[in-house]
Design a protein around this ligand. Structure first.
Ligand SMILES: NC(=O)C1=CN([C@@H]2O[C@H](COP(=O)(O)OP(=O)(O)OC[C@H]3O[C@@H](n4cnc5c(N)ncnc54)[C@H](OP(=O)(O)O)[C@@H]3O)[C@@H](O)[C@H]2O)C=CC1
Ligand SMILES: CC(=O)N[C@@H](CCC(=O)OP(=O)(O)O)C(=O)O
Length: 317
């Protein structure tokens, strides 16, 4: 009898699933349950593997993720869903352990973990600590700008940009979700405890992966006037001792000597860097990470480690 943890990745052929598979393949404490290529959408075979696994990753479109959860009848099988389907479902635990010890503890005990969305991870990393600390009023009109690599759009977008039919426009940054309907808005609002959803301006650009999510704040409109140094101190205290989330030096001059905050430098890592810039009235918060790392597959693997009660950094360095 193998004493390895059994893992099934539903959607292994997709962008998120493949990254999880590649990282798990290097581990000797995990047995990956594989589905035959011609059966990867076969409901009975997926159900068999789901119910044979200790941990299931759902790396599927939302509707298929909802269906997969229904296929799970084994009370011991634990699910980590990378899709948007369960992120505001109160029966699920939100998989962002650095938000609070309560979040980490809930993940550790959970049978159902909703992995955060990529943009949402960046947004929540900046806004959640400030609402918790009473800095940001719950009804503050929060604005958020973000830039992502095109892998954030999954296989379809990767094929469009890397394929022969790439359009002229795809060579440039492209704003989207202009009508304020982006699928991450509900989780941004719910997890942070905001009265209103933020104004959100995502941009996808012509590089593979990595992102920066930015939130500007006007100090005079906060619960009281704060300096960037005070905000930096609050963020630093919030993430003290975290392995993957680091608050960088105030103003970022050492990390960004040329003054440019590139979005692609943390690609292929599970790290997240938080920056505080600005002056006594205009404060800019930025979160930099990999949309496929801390924004998807890396976070999912970190959550798995926590659920299994092992060192959360295993396989993520
Ligand atoms: N890419 C990213 O940066 C992030 C993605 N996510 C989320 O993760 C999930 C997966 O996204 P991503 O990897 O980008 O998407 P992809 O489109 O790259 O992959 C999805 C995979 O699921 C397969 N699939 C679709 N329907 C079924 C089904 N009924 N049964 C079994 N397999 C099925 C697809 O196969 P086929 O192509 O043959 O249909 C494909 O291989 C999504 O919910 C996405 O929103 C979350 C965070 C970041
Ligand atoms: C560039 C791009 O298209 N990005 C995706 C978000 C990727 C992601 O985080 O998807 P989940 O919500 O499933 O987690 C988008 O904006 O829809």
């Amino acid at each position: 009898m193998s004493n390895k943890f059994k893992v099934f990745i539903d959607g292994k052929a997709g962008t998120t699933g493949l990254k999880i598979y590649e990282r798990l393949g290097k581990r000797d404490d995990i047995e990956i349950l594989l589905i035959d290529e011609d059966k990867r959408k076969d409901t009975d075979e997926r159900a068999r593997l789901i119910n044979s696994a200790d941990i299931v990753f759902l790396c599927l479109p939302d509707a298929a993720a909802v269906e997969a959860v229904k296929l799970c009848t084994n009370p011991d099988t634990r699910i980590i869903d990378a899709s948007t389907a369960h992120r505001t479902d109160p029966a699920w635990d939100y998989g962002f352990p650095e938000l609070s010890e309560k979040h980490r503890e809930n993940i550790r005990k959970s049978k159902r973990v909703a992995n955060p969305g990529c943009y949402a991870s960046g947004f929540i990393s900046l806004v959640y600590p400030l609402i918790q600390a009473g800095v940001l009023p719950e009804d503050y009109p929060v604005t958020c700008h973000a830039v992502s690599g095109y892998s954030g759009g999954g296989n379809k977008m990767i094929d469009a940009i890397e394929g022969a039919d790439k359009t002229f426009e795809m060579n440039s940054p492209r704003q989207y979700a202009l009508a304020q309907h982006h699928k991450h808005l509900p989780e941004m609002q719910a997890v942070c405890g905001m009265k209103y959803p933020p104004m959100f301006n995502p941009i996808v650009d012509d590089y593979f992966s990595g992102m920066v999510v930015s939130v500007p704040l006007v100090s005079r409109c906060l619960n009281k006037k704060y300096t960037p140094a005070e905000i930096h101190e609050i963020m630093t205290a919030h993430y003290a001792g975290q392995h993957f989330v680091k608050v960088m030096e105030l103003g970022g001059e050492e990390t960004l000597p040329d003054g440019f905050l590139a979005a692609n430098t943390l690609a292929d890592t599970n790290n997240m860097q938080i920056f505080v810039f600005g002056n006594d009235d205009q404060i800019l918060l930025c979160s930099r990470f990999d949309n496929l790392g801390k924004g998807a597959s890396g976070a999912a693997l970190q959550n798995m480690n926590i659920m299994l009660g092992i060192d959360e950094t295993i396989g993520l360095e």
